[in-house]
Design a protein around this ligand. Structure first.
Ligand SMILES: [Fe+2]
Length: 501
């Protein structure tokens, strides 16, 4: 089926007298209607271009998605909803000093996201500028580390006979047959090989392509650096949670996948009932952060139409808007997109477009993916989490059931999606918005349909579950989701709990 589609696509392209970039071929084959975006793009060109790029077809697909206004079926919510039976995992102290969120005006500020600031056109110059920005920003962080005082450029370091300190971007990682590892590192001046011995303190670390690290080591007579230590940008010091004065709370969810036949409408109804109840924790909820894949989308994977209960993108968002309107007024919502949503797939993704935002009540703040958002002064870094696919492939021992491990790695690398050219499409913006510049108070991801809370060096980590049951694809791959769990963080103490519906 896929091979035939590929042949058809390539035949279509050659009939139109142009060529397709390999990445554009793969992208189109992942769409429900591979010819559609291509056709739309070619129709918009005054002359047939020599090569059609990934960027061209992605943009055309986005335009197509945004224009796809068709009939809007009503939401299918279960009418026979019973009161929520809730399994609550909450420490006793979590219940103390509850405040009521309705007494307080919400204070939501978007501190950083790409919305309205995208400049990239996907040219070679854009990529060069993007990687230079990534290298320089992370180098600056690394140079402030005590261990890396007096770093040199690689071209100078390679000629040194004493201890050397330098910073480089990983361009290759390989293991030797004795269990040592060799990193190839690059800066703007040169490239060098670094040997990390199997018995060195950094031996337990796994390094990934395109991350930026600092090295302290010695150059041997063959020009190879023997690393004494490998330093990551990381969060150098653990800080206490910088909370607000009152025990108001924020809840987190993602991967609602409205429009899918596997969306859990009865669980959603239980959540709505509980949120509107007199429960002390429910009444103290002031914010709800929704971290992407808010609807199931259209044409996200082959034959998705067979698994859709709402096959119209506007219909899906309209159904979600009704669900959100059913939540109590004292909860302010912040919503970012994910890889199923109707924005460009390349990260950083802008906020949902205006025609979709208009479907929702005004108490929803739409932001990009990723976004740094302030909730009453508490800094929340929200990222959908597509790069976890790349972390799971690249790092032995990492898996979809332990998303917090990947999140810790992101904070250590100070980058949400370091691996370029994997499953996470990255747009080469002038500034690397995937760098974790400011240390957040709370860091939340979704995407993997698991759930978890923890802390890393004072940052509260949240992975925010899903409202979709196991899909046929997950069943085939033996992935057991953990749906209908709501992580809740006390904004005064940073204490996090998970409430199950
Ligand atoms: Fe996702």
């Amino acid at each position: 089926m896929c091979a035939r589609m590929r042949e058809e696509l390539l035949a279509f392209v050659s009939r139109r007298g142009t060529l397709l970039e390999p990445a554009a071929v793969e992208y189109l084959l992942s769409q429900q209607d591979p010819m559609g975006p291509l056709d739309r793009f070619l129709a918009s060109c005054s002359e047939v271009p020599f090569v059609v790029t990934l960027q061209d077809v992605v943009r055309a697909a986005d335009l197509g998605r945004n224009a796809a206004i068709r009939t809007r079926p009503a939401v299918s919510m279960s009418s026979a909803v019973q009161a929520a039976t809730v399994t609550l995992v909450m420490p006793a102290s979590f219940h103390r000093q509850g405040e009521t969120a309705s007494d307080h005006a919400p204070d939501v500020k978007i501190l950083r996201d790409i919305t309205g600031r995208s400049t990239c056109e996907g040219t070679i110059e854009d990529f060069t500028r993007y990687f230079r920005n990534r290298f320089q920003t992370l180098s600056r962080m690394l140079r402030s580390r005590r261990e890396l005082g007096g770093t040199q450029e690689i071209s100078k370091a390679r000629r040194s006979t004493r201890e050397v300190r330098f910073i480089g971007m990983v361009s290759d990682v390989r293991a030797t047959k004795n269990g040592h590892r060799i990193l190839e590192l690059e800066d703007e001046t040169d490239r060098i090989s670094v040997l990390v011995l199997a018995d060195s303190p950094s031996a337990a670390e796994t390094f990934v392509m395109d991350e930026v690290v600092g090295i302290v080591g010695k150059v041997n007579d063959r020009g190879l650096v023997i690393a004494e230590s490998v330093v990551r940008p990381d969060i150098p010091v653990t800080r206490p949670f910088r909370g607000i004065g009152e025990h108001l709370r924020a809840a987190f969810m993602s991967d609602v996948h409205v429009g899918s036949t596997t969306f859990l409408d009865e669980k959603w109804a239980k959540l709505t009932t509980w949120m509107s109840s007199d429960d002390e924790v429910a009444r103290s909820l002031r914010y709800l952060v929704v971290s992407g894949d808010v609807v199931d989308g259209i044409g996200v994977y082959p034959r998705q139409d067979e698994e859709l209960s709402i096959d119209d993108i506007y219909g899906q968002y309209e159904a979600l808007s009704k669900m959100m309107a059913g939540l109590p007024d004292h909860v302010s919502v912040v919503m970012i997109p994910g890889n199923h949503d109707a924005v460009r797939p390349a990260e950083p993704q802008p906020a949902l477009p205006a025609p979709i935002q208009k479907l929702f009540d005004s108490n929803i703040t739409f932001a990009g993916n990723p976004s740094l958002v302030s909730l009453d002064g508490v800094k929340v870094l929200a990222y959908h989490g597509r790069s976890m696919d790349d972390f799971v492939s690249a790092i032995p021992g990492m898996n979809y059931h332990r998303p917090l491990d990947a999140m810790r790695q992101m904070l250590k690398m100070r980058h949400l999606a370091p691996i370029y050219g994997g499953k996470t499409p990255i747009a080469p913006e002038a500034e690397d918005h995937l760098i974790v510049e400011d240390v957040p108070d709370i860091f939340v991801t979704g995407h993997v349909h698991s759930v978890g809370v923890d802390t890393y060096r004072g940052v509260v980590l949240v992975n925010s579950s899903t409202w979709q049951a196991q899909t046929p694809y997950q069943k085939m791959r033996n992935i057991e989701p953990l749906p209908a769990r709501l992580p809740i963080v006390d904004l005064a103490s940073g204490q996090a709990v998970i409430k199950e519906f």
